[in-house]
Design a protein around this ligand. Structure first.
Ligand SMILES: [Zn+2]
Length: 216
């Protein structure tokens, strides 16, 4: 059983690697984006709270996000399958909160993976990206086109280019990553669980390197 954190700027391929980890080794992805949607759809208290922020174009506060993650990490099936955190932690406060959740649940992270790529590469990858409005699956016009135009292969729902995948928004998201999230790379380096991977290569090569040395 493997427990991972995937760190990297938007567009670096975290989602693709999460999907491979799940489909080939049953390692469950824990993605804040997917969790927000699930909690909102289920109309839980946390979901209703998160929706108020998202509807106003604001970031969901740390406390709400952390509680949602804690809820997932307590699930017996997640403990059994292992997991790959994607999109969390996104700042040092969340990284510290995660450490507490892990201790409370007697869990430890095997490895924090830093997927690294030049800005131009990620900008190019993000341009043309489309997301499923229902299940959250991600496609790309050239790299990973859906079988039918603008429809999700999984659930047949409509695909949309998210407003935050527009070019100006992409630059802003990269700036926020550098400012808030990049510091957690050093945080895990100091804990000696960091592995840096060149994510500009083929997804299969990146995947092989993520798994290298891990006991599955
Ligand atoms: Zn879908």
């Amino acid at each position: 059983m493997v427990r991972l954190i995937l760190i990297g700027p938007p567009g670096v391929g975290k989602g693709t690697q999460s999907e491979l980890l799940e489909s080939r080794h049953g390692i469950k992805p824990i993605s804040t984006g997917v969790i927000f949607r699930a909690e909102i759809d289920a109309q839980t208290d946390l979901g209703r709270l998160a929706k108020r922020y998202i509807d106003h174009g604001r970031l969901v506060p740390n406390g709400v996000t952390i509680e949602m993650i804690a809820k997932r990490l307590r699930l017996p099936e997640i403990r059994k399958s292992g997991f790959a955190l994607d999109g969390f932690p996104r700042n040092i406060d969340q990284a510290e909160a995660l450490d507490e959740i892990l201790i409370e649940n007697d869990l430890a992270i095997d490895r924090a993976i830093s997927l690294e790529a030049d800005t131009e590469v990620v900008v190019q990858r993000l341009t043309g990206r489309m997301g499923c409005t229902k299940c959250g699956a991600i496609y790309h016009r050239t790299n990973k086109p859906p079988q039918r135009d603008d429809l999700c292969d999984n659930c047949n729902s409509v695909l949309l280019v998210r407003s935050d995948d527009q070019p100006e928004a992409i630059r802003e998201r990269l700036r926020i990553f550098e400012e808030n999230t990049a510091p957690i790379i050093g945080y895990y380096e100091r804990k000696s669980i960091l592995k840096r991977i060149d994510a500009t290569r083929d997804a299969e090569e990146v995947f092989a390197e993520i798994l290298e040395g891990l006991t599955l």
